[in-house]
Ligand binder design. Structure first.
Ligand code: FES
Length: 336
């Protein structure tokens, strides 16, 4: 993986955000919730690689935690009030501990820097687990491609796949890659400094016919997989996890008015409603920026909303929208 790609990875990995792209034109999997809000304690903080720490979280009274499946994430409420998503990267068999890992992004929005200040004994609020990156249990074989901190959701999957799976783990250097000593047998480690820029198509070409291919990493890696997998292996399925907001597709300009302040702002064709709102309301709440966590849910007072989320029910959509992804065909007035 190139330095440029890894730098891009660094920029986007502060907040844990995800989307699943299943084969070609099928809809993303719905988000499955298996947990609820609960308090947790930071049991331990461990240096895993350059700028990467893992946190082990437990219930304050030692009770079991909600069960989870490989690919699940939790929402963590940081002491500052920030809400961020992180993949569970420990063992689903351990009912008493969750483990997350976070790369520190110096010029990110502050979430990762805050996680890196947390100490054992600190109490945090946690929501979840949720699963938006479903591990398909019945695949005949699996190819996992993880880049950098993208190893976090992939690691439990690769272990669950056992001998049916093959893991290719990409990174800048070994020092930058967490969990090297926890990889399943046969995992391939490819670093820029030892092997040069990875050829994603060549890696994908090694998937067996009908394989489930899981890719987690920065946009260039995901886009290469989306472009090439099906021409190389038409019977494969592709499952990707994204760490950055989705690009706006087919966007048109419209005006959004925030009723409580009376301010109106234009939403550009290439930007999200949330981005425009943040220009006049910098404290607007958000977390995943991909339409699955619900943090940005806003009341709609008027407007024909083009709902693009993965979360809201039809009843919710009658008078609410998720401004991180949804747009409007014409003027929009929000209860903000
Ligand atoms: S920020 Fe998560 S749904 Fe909008």
């Amino acid at each position: 993986m190139s330095m440029v790609a890894l730098r891009a990875l660094g920029v986007v990995m502060d907040v844990y955000k995800k989307v699943v792209t299943a084969p070609a034109v099928s809809r993303p999997n719905p988000v499955r919730r298996s947990g609820f809000d609960l308090d947790v304690l930071v049991e331990s903080v461990c240096d895993e690689a350059d700028d990467v720490v893992s946190l082990t979280l437990i219930r304050p009274g030692g009770e079991p935690l909600p069960s989870w499946r490989p690919g699940s994430h939790v929402d963590l409420f940081l002491p500052s009030g920030r809400q961020r998503q992180y993949s569970l990267c420990g063992s689903p068999r351990d009912r008493f501990r969750y483990r997350i890992a976070v790369r520190r992004i110096a010029d990110g929005d502050g979430g990762s820097r805050e996680v890196h200040t947390l100490q054992p004994g600190e109490r945090l609020r946690l929501r979840g687990p949720r699963n938006a990156f479903t591990f398909v249990q019945a695949a005949p074989s699996y190819l996992f491609v993880a880049a950098g901190i993208g190893i976090t959701p992939i690691l439990p999957m690769a272990h669950a796949a056992g001998s049916r799976g093959r893991l290719v783990y990409l990174g800048r250097s070994r020092e930058s890659m967490p969990f090297l000593d926890e990889l399943p047998e046969g995992a391939q480690i490819r670093t820029d400094d030892e092997h040069g820029i990875p050829d994603i198509a060549a890696i994908l070409a090694e998937a067996e016919p009908g394989a489930a291919v899981y890719v987690c990493g920065p946009s260039p890696v995901l886009e290469a997989a989306q472009r090439r997998l099906f021409e190389l292996n038409p019977s494969a399925s592709l499952h990707t996890e994204r760490f950055s907001p989705l690009p706006v597709l087919d966007g048109r300009e419209f005006d959004v008015t925030l009723a409580r302040s009376g301010r109106t702002v234009r939403v550009g064709a290439q930007e999200t409603t949330l981005a425009a709102i943040q220009r006049v309301k910098p404290d607007a709440l958000y977390s995943c920026r991909q339409g699955f966590c619900g943090t940005c849910k806003s009341g709609v007072l008027s407007g024909e909303v083009d709902h693009r989320d993965r979360l809201l029910s039809d009843a919710d959509r009658a008078d609410h929208m998720l401004v991180c992804v949804s747009r409007c065909d014409g003027p929009l007035v929000l209860d903000l």
